[in-house]
Design a protein around this ligand. Structure first.
Ligand code: NAP
Length: 340
C-alpha cells in the first residue's frame, strides 16, 4: 500500500553528497515507509541546496523532494533514523554523538564494525545479531553494514555452511572504482590497469566475514586467505572463492541451497549457468540487491568448491544494505515494543 509522504518515517542522510549518500537518496525516493527529511555533508556546504552542491552520479534526475533541501552541518541533524555515509575518520566522532542524542545510525563506515556491542548486520544471515543493540547504553544505537566486498562474500558463503564445516576460504577480489568514493582514484592510475592492493581491505574481509558468520559473541573460526584488486570498471565487485570443507561435499546440492533461500528473500540469489557470467556490465542494475553467482565447480579434491560471486557495491554493498538494516531494525523495535 502506498503511503502519503506525511505518513512515512522521516530520516536523515549524512554524507549525502558522496556516492553512497546519493545512492541512499535515490533508493529512498520510492521507499514505501521512509522519506529523506534532512541531509548533511561537510560543514563548508552547510546552507547550500542539495542540487547546487552535489555532483549527481545516479541515473536520472535528483529526486524532486531532495533537490531543494538544504545541507545542514551534522551537529544539527536530529532525526531518529540516520543513514551515515561518512568517511570512517569522521564517523568515529559523529556517530556516537548521534546515538547519544537518540538516533538509530545505519552506517556504511567501518569505524565501529568490529566493536563488540555493534552488529555488522546482514538481515538474511544474522538477524539475531540485532540483540547486541541491547548492550549499547545510548538511547540511540549504531548498526553497521559490512564492507561492500564482504557483503557478497558472506552472502555467498553462509548458505554453503549447510554442506558441512568450512576449514578455509581462498578469496580473490576484483573491485570497481566506485568502491573508493567520488572523486576517487585518478584515471591515470586505473585506466588499462589493475592495482593489487586496497588499503585495509584484506584485513576487513577476514575480520568482518568471520564476525558476520559467527555468533553474537564468537566469530566463525575458519581460515581466510585474501588478495584484493582494484579493476577499471565503474560499478560491481566480483570475487572468486575457493571453499575448502572439512570433508567431501556434494556440489549438486548447491544450486538448490541458494534457490531455497530465495523463498524467504525473493531475488536474493541469481544463479548463472552460462560459462561467461555473471558480468558486472551485463548483469547488475542500478538498485540491484541480488548476489549474482556463477562458475560453480568442484575443486581439485571433492572437499573443495569454487565459484564466482558478484554484485552492485553501492546498491547492495552499501546504501541498500543500510536500507535493509533500517527495515529490519524497525521490525525488531516494534516486536520488542509489542512484547513489553
Ligand atoms: P565519498 O563519495 O567520498 O563521500 C563522502 C561523504 O562524506 C560526502 O558526502 C562528504 O561530504 C562527506 N564528508 C567528508 N568529510 C566530512 C566531514 N569532515 N564532515 C562531514 N561530512 C564529510 O565516499 P562514499 O564512497 O560515498 O563512502 C562513504 C562511506 O561508505 C565510507 O565510509 C566508505 O568507506 C563506505 N562504503 C563505501 C562503499 C562504496 O562502494 N563506495 C561501500 C561500502 C561502504 P562533502 O561532499 O561535503 O565532502
Amino acid at each position: 500500500m502506498k503511503m502519503f509522504e506525511q505518513e512515512k518515517i522521516p530520516l536523515a542522510v549524512v554524507g549525502a553528497t558522496g556516492l553512497v549518500g546519493q545512492k541512499a537518496i535515490a533508493m529512498i525516493d520510492h521507499h514505501p515507509e521512509f522519506y529523506v527529511a534532512e541531509i548533511a555533508a561537510s560543514d563548508q556546504r552547510a546552507g547550500q541546496t542539495f542540487e547546487e552542491s552535489v555532483c549527481w552520479r545516479e541515473p536520472g534526475d535528483i529526486p524532486k523532494s531532495v533537490c531543494t533541501l538544504k545541507l545542514k552541518p551534522i551537529k544539527e541533524v536530529n532525526n531518529r533514523y540516520v543513514i551515515s555515509a561518512l568517511p570512517a575518520s569522521v564517523a568515529q566522532e559523529v556517530e556516537p554523538a548521534l546515538a547519544s542524542q537518540g538516533s538509530f545510525v545505519f552506517t556504511n563506515a567501518s569505524a565501529f564494525r568490529m566493536h563488540q556491542d555493534v552488529p555488522i548486520l546482514i538481515p538474511e544471515i544474522n538477524i539475531d545479531h540485532l540483540s547486541l543493540l541491547e548492550r549499547q547504553k545510548t538511547p540511540g544505537k549504531i548498526i553497521t553494514n559490512s564492507n561492500c566486498m564482504v557483503a557478497f562474500i558472506a552472502l555467498a558463503l553462509e548458505p554453503l555452511m549447510e554442506l558441512g564445516a568450512i576449514e578455509h576460504v581462498s578469496v580473490v577480489t576484483m573491485q570497481a572504482i566506485s568502491g573508493a568514493g567520488y572523486p576517487s582514484i585518478d584515471s591515470i592510475d586505473i585506466m588499462g590497469n589493475i592495482i593489487p592492493h586496497i588499503a585495509g581491505e584484506e584485513e576487513k574481509i577476514i575480520t568482518e566475514t568471520l564476525k558476520i558468520l559467527g555468533t553474537q559473541t564468537q566469530p566463525a573460526s575458519f581460515g581466510i586467505t585474501v588478495h584484493v584488486h582494484r579493476v577499471p570498471i565503474l560499478h560491481g565487485h566480483t570475487v572468486a572463492l575457493h571453499i575448502h570443507f572439512a570433508s567431501s561435499v556434494n556440489m549438486h546440492d548447491i544450486n538448490d541451497i541458494y534457490l531455497s533461500r530465495n523463498q524467504s528473500w525473493p531475488g536474493l540469489y541469481r544463479l548463472y549457468h552460462e560459462v561467461a557470467r555473471p558480468q558486472p556490465a551485463r548483469d547488475i542494475g542500478p538498485y540491484d540487491q541480488s548476489v549474482h553467482i556463477g562458475r560453480i565447480k568442484q575443486g581439485a579434491r571433492d572437499n573443495i568448491i569454487g565459484l564466482i560471486a558478484m554484485g552492485n557495491n553501492l546498491a547492495r554493498g552499501a546504501a541498500g544494505a543500510s536500507v535493509r538494516n533500517m527495515e529490519a531494525t524497525l521490525q525488531y523495535n516494534s516486536s520488542r515494543e509489542n512484547r513489553v
